[in-house]
Design a protein around this ligand. Structure first.
Ligand code: ATP
Ligand code: MG
Length: 512
């Protein structure tokens, strides 16, 4: 039998195909039938191109319902979807297209000139345009095709997408995900997060990343749930939609932005069932403030491009963990059902409860490997098949997982390990501090030392020496950042992740 992910999503469509599947912020309504017919036409268009098996369809377009349809159509036709961040410019697009050698490239009309040049040079045969106002050659061509299409048979192990990682720690790598990876994760989350009939999702995230593309879209579709589609996140409008929605997913910065709106209160969220956060650490302060303002406890989860979702705080009592149902701020919860997670030391030994080490995972959701990087892939898997996430963390006696940072951000100072998240936690608690980032910079004696980069709350005046003095009163000397800088903002990528590599470069000479 076929394991095409599209077929599983299609089978979950409600029986009333005329009901609304997607409602946009422009007031458009797309029915389930619209999704079915349009993806059939697009899949037929793809098939008419006679592409070799396993061809990549690379897409860099603004967020639109049609762009989501293009994703679903690629699955349906059995090709490999490759989304690209809309922020990428020519050097980045040249790298991704050169690396992935897509047979088809779809870009916005405004970028057609330079993107098509890059694509044709890389051997791509077909370049289409797709704009966020329902125009473009992709739609013109699809309109000539039949609205009936039998999904291409695919095995669970067949490639469905290549998702380039966010490039937070270095050059992006293409994570090869299969139909089986994504379906298993979607079904696990549907159950674990208690999705039910009548749920409505506010889709506020970009769709070139695992969070918006897989967690959000698969989550709604596999449950036959309507989406309220925001082409761009706007805190006021998102709060407004909560009256008719039940589930919201966001990166931490979206929550921070909504908290700044006076319209956010208990009445505004009374129809909501669940708020989910992930992709970057949620500050405990945001977690607590959200609870106080809305009465809702944000459910934080953890995942990555290579694995989709790995851990989650419980939605309701988890039988596997003594029926604990508490969503604990500062943690990312329990390994999801089906995911094995362990914490290993530098020598590969299993670590006792509570000790910090490298997080390794195994499960049906874990990817096949990095696209055209067999050595890198081999390096990142252990002999017994666990994937080394590159994240550093611990598991407490109750089973909750905490991420303390990334192994690449770890500071080794005079031979001691310093975990930036620990120091940041102390700084963030100080009066007048909005947030902070601690990064390692070269030091002539210690090899590396920490430097603290701190953002003040509006109106607060911070003194760097006072911050360091306060840390000295609380922490061992080797952990104390040797310098502190108060700056206006932290460099972040589009997913709201702090770019510590940018900070390291910026402050690399701080100790000379
Ligand atoms: P690259 O691998 O190219 O450096 P990236 O790791 O940021 O980029 P993604 O796959 O988008 O690319 O992000 C996955 C990472 O995001 C995880 O490895 C983890 O470090 C971080 N992350 C995701 N969710 C959480 C969370 N809830 N708390 C802390 N970190 C998180
Ligand atoms: Mg990564």
């Amino acid at each position: 039998s076929s394991h095409n992910l599209f077929s599983a999503l299609r089978a979950a469509f409600p029986s009333d195909l005329d009901a609304t599947a997607v409602q946009t912020d422009e007031g458009l309504h797309y029915s389930w039938r619209d999704l079915d017919r349009a993806t059939a036409m697009m899949a037929n268009l793809l098939q008419s191109l006679d592409l070799p098996e396993g061809s990549r369809v690379a897409v860099q377009v603004e967020k639109s319902v049609e762009a989501m349809m293009l994703y679903l159509a690629t699955l349906r036709a059995g090709y490999v979807f490759l989304p690209l961040n809309t922020a990428y410019q020519s050097a980045e697009i040249a790298y991704f297209i050169g690396n992935a050698e897509p047979a088809v490239v779809v870009c916005s009309g405004a970028n057609f000139g330079w993107v098509s040049k890059i694509a044709f040079k890389a051997g791509t045969q077909h370049v289409f345009t797709l704009n966020d106002d329902r125009t473009g050659s992709w739609l013109d061509r699809a309109a000539h095709h039949s609205d009936q299409h039998q999904a291409a048979p695919r095995q669970a192990d067949d490639l469905a997408a290549i998702l380039y990682t966010s490039g937070t720690t270095g050059r992006s790598k293409g994570a090869m995900l299969t139909h089986g990876n994504m379906l298993s994760n979607a079904l696990t989350l549907q159950d674990y997060w208690g999705w039910k009939r009548g749920d409505v999702l506010i889709h506020a995230l970009p769709i070139f990343h695992v969070h918006g593309l897989f967690v959000a879209i698969h989550g709604a579709l596999i449950n036959g749930s309507k989406m309220i589609w925001m082409a761009k996140f706007d805190p006021k409008r998102a709060i407004g939609y909560m009256a008719e929605a039940t589930v919201f997913m966001g990166v931490p910065t979206l929550y921070v932005r909504m908290l700044a709106e006076p319209t956010l209160n208990k009445a505004a969220v009374k129809n909501m069932r669940l708020f989910i956060a992930g992709s970057a650490p949620l500050l405990i302060e945001t977690f607590a403030e959200w609870q106080a303002r809305t009465g809702h406890t944000i459910l934080e989860r953890y995942g990555m491009s290579e694995t989709a979702m790995l851990t989650s705080n419980p939605y309701s009592a988890d039988k596997r963990y003594a029926k604990q149902s508490e969503r604990r701020g500062g943690t990312v919860g329990f390994p999801l059902p089906g995911v094995s997670l362990r914490v290993r030391g530098d020598d590969g030994q299993d670590l006792p409860v509570g000790e910090i080490g490298g997080i390794q995972v195994k499960g049906p959701n874990v990817f096949k490997g990095y696209w055209r990087m067999p050595e890198k892939t081999a390096e990142e898997f252990t002999a017994d098949g666990f994937f080394k996430t590159g994240d550093v963390g611990k598991v407490d006696e109750r089973g909750y997982v905490t991420i303390v940072g990334r192994s690449k951000d770890l500071i080794i100072s005079g031979g001691y390990n310093v975990y930036p998240a620990e120091i940041e936690g102390y700084i963030n608690e100080m009066k007048g501090v909005a947030e902070s980032a601690v990064v390692g910079v070269p030091h002539p004696d210690f090899g590396e030392v920490g430097v603290a980069v701190v953002i003040a709350k509006p109106g607060a005046a911070l003194r760097p020496e006072a911050i360091i003095a306060e840390l000295k009163a609380k922490l061992a000397n080797f952990k104390i950042p040797k310098k502190c800088f108060v700056v206006a903002e932290l460099p972040r990528n589009t997913m709201g992740k702090v770019q510590k590599n940018v900070l390291r470069t910026e402050f690399q000479n701080a100790m000379n």
